[in-house]
Design a protein around this ligand. Structure first.
Ligand SMILES: Nc1ncnc2c1ncn2[C@@H]1O[C@H](COP(=O)(O)OP(=O)(O)OP(=O)(O)O)[C@@H](O)[C@H]1O
Ligand SMILES: [Mg+2]
Length: 264
């Protein structure tokens, strides 16, 4: 059965796209087939994070019924995840859409294990369309009150669409005294914290290399967090095996195998 998960937030810039692509990569490493759909229709950024450019077709072509299937707009990234980018042209802004997102992804249902939708920030039309198309929601927040307050609105909105809240990812956590603690965030949102991702320059470095952290820095703490989250989502056990040898790191950098989390 295909699980359709939306990664949403409320406040912008908290790390939705980062969580989406890294969770997708970690699930791929566990042998699951995953397609990431950029639900950020007007200001898409999945393709920017991953350096997927000059694609002949995008999600806009699916929504506009210019291509028969979303499969024609699905591209393989070197990390192993498949991606449906949204069109970045400003001519896409304000266009009337013929198909809603739920109908657009129909062709993937039954064909893949996970569809992960990277939602737009806020609670506007695009974010709502992503929540409506999904069955489950992961909320991303930073450990600050304004972000957590907006996350609460996203949790409430998801309820209106019967989208099941899986929990919260607290991202960019540094652990200093000014931040909210994960337990307080969980209480505030009345939702479990699934994962606490540290503030790390590896995230920015990976984005600058147009790659996921999971693929670029397989033995980093950030990767470990995403592997733990992915393992929990599929009910598998994951044990951190420590840092990998230099040779295996060099191998993965130059296109080593992606068969499983421990083989890289
Ligand atoms: N754990 C982290 N540590 C350090 N920097 C991070 C972390 N997660 C995300 N960032 C940085 O924060 C910025 C925003 O991240 P991202 O694009 O994933 O957020 P977003 O919620 O998808 O934003 P938007 O609302 O614009 O779609 C990026 O520049 C990224 O490098
Ligand atoms: Mg984003």
């Amino acid at each position: 059965m295909t699980r359709i998960i939306v990664v949403a937030s409320g406040k912008g810039g908290v790390g939705k796209t980062t969580v989406t692509v890294n969770l997708a990569d970690a699930l791929t490493d566990f042998g699951r087939s995953v397609v990431v759909v950029d639900g950020n229709i007007t200001t898409p950024n999945v393709a920017l994070h991953l350096g997927i450019k000059k694609t002949p077709y995008t999600l806009h072509d699916v929504l506009d019924e210019r291509i028969p299937s979303i499969r024609n707009a699905t591209y393989l990234h070197r990390s192993g995840i498949r991606v449906v980018p949204a069109g970045i042209s400003i001519y896409n802004l304000g266009r009337k859409i013929k198909k809603n997102l739920g109908r657009a992804i129909l062709d993937l249902i039954g064909a893949v294990d996970f569809i992960i939708i990277d939602s737009a920030a806020g609670l506007g039309r695009e974010a709502r369309a992503s929540m409506e198309a999904a069955n489950e929601i992961i909320i991303v927040t930073n450990p600050e009150l304004p972000a957590v307050t907006d996350a609460l609105k996203a949790v409430e909105l998801a309820k209106l669409f019967n989208t099941k809240p899986l929990g919260v990812v607290v991202n960019k956590y540094s652990g200093d005294n000014f931040e909210m603690k994960p337990a307080n965030i969980s209480d505030f949102l009345n939702t479990p914290v699934l994962c606490v991702v540290p503030e790390s320059k590896m995230v920015k470095l990976s984005i600058s290399r147009r790659n996921t952290v999971v693929n670029e820095f397989p033995s980093s703490n950030v990767t470990r967090k995403f592997r733990e989250l992915a393992a929990w989502m599929i009910g598998e056990k994951y044990e951190y095996k420590g840092k990998r040898s230099l040779i295996s790191r060099i191998k993965s950098r130059f296109g080593g195998s992606k068969s499983g989390p421990y083989s890289r």
